[in-house]
Design a protein around this ligand. Structure first.
Ligand SMILES: [Zn+2]
Length: 261
């Protein structure tokens, strides 16, 4: 429907161009036609929001997407860590992250084939800000929200066995549980960049329990917000210890779910 409207606009401009006698008028009309065509055939940008508590697989999935299909990722958790801001959701941090996301989108939106937003929004206010950023300021976008399902006991077990690459540019995540498919190939060294692996302080069981409780608090509100807004909202569960499906097979299912296969 949009393309038809743009096509009609081009026809109208072309008709108006007929009596344009001066060079500058013709030049202006040509510019308008090129602009109309570029808007008419612009593809909607896919934007994926990953909701989930620590250990539910947000980072793993966003890393896989960015490695395989080169999508750009914004990680609210990473911003908080780099700036030493608590992730527990204080209002100051909320406002600050909204601004960080706005600047990041302005820099990355047009040049990226797809966008992943990990760990944001956390409040309904933030979800509204995101809609407005994508809708009003950044043009056409196809937003999909994925809520990652979890089992609290498994999360605590897994995060206490989770290690990450100490190289901030890499941050690849490893899981040292018995049936894990995310074990490093050579001891405590990153497969991708050979940096050493470290355990995050946030992965201590008591801190994880606190963060799970906080997540549970805003998960319900955000879920009903997205459902009421009739936005594309789906659920997915990533099993790191599932022997039936490998991580790659689960990733294929995930890509199918978000419509990029
Ligand atoms: Zn690494």
């Amino acid at each position: 429907m949009d393309s038809i409207k743009k096509f009609l606009l081009v026809i109208v401009i072309s008709i108006l161009m007929l009596p344009a006698r001066t060079f500058s008028m013709k030049k202006l009309c040509k510019k308008l036609i090129v602009r109309s065509l570029s808007i008419g055939f612009r593809k909607k940008k896919k934007v994926l929001v990953l909701m989930g508590p620590p250990g539910s697989g947000k980072t793993t999935l966003s890393n896989m997407l960015s490695e395989e299909i080169n999508w750009s990722k914004f990680s609210a958790g990473k911003i908080c860590k780099n700036l030493n801001i608590s992730e527990s959701g204080e209002l100051v941090a909320d406002e600050f992250i909204c601004l960080e996301l706005k600047n990041w989108l302005n820099e990355n939106f047009s040049s990226s084939s797809g966008i992943i937003i990990d760990g944001f929004p956390r409040t309904v206010k933030q979800a509204k800000s995101l809609n407005s950023l994508l809708g009003d300021n950044l043009g056409h976008s196809d937003l999909k929200v994925v809520s990652l399902k979890y089992d609290p006991e498994t999360i605590i077990y897994q995060t206490s066995n989770r290690y990450v690459c100490s190289n901030k540019e890499c941050s690849k995540v490893y899981l040292l549980t018995d049936c894990s498919s995310l074990v490093p190939k050579k001891g405590m060294i990153c497969d991708r960049c050979s940096s050493t692996l470290v355990r995050r302080r946030d992965d201590e069981p008591e801190i994880v329990e606190k963060r799970l409780k906080a997540y549970h608090g805003y998960e319900k509100k955000l879920t009903s917000f997205y459902k009421n807004e009739h936005l594309d909202f789906v659920a997915f569960k990533l099993d790191f210890d599932d022997s039936a499906l490998s991580l790659d097979e689960q990733f294929e299912k995930f890509k199918e779910l978000i419509g990029i296969n």
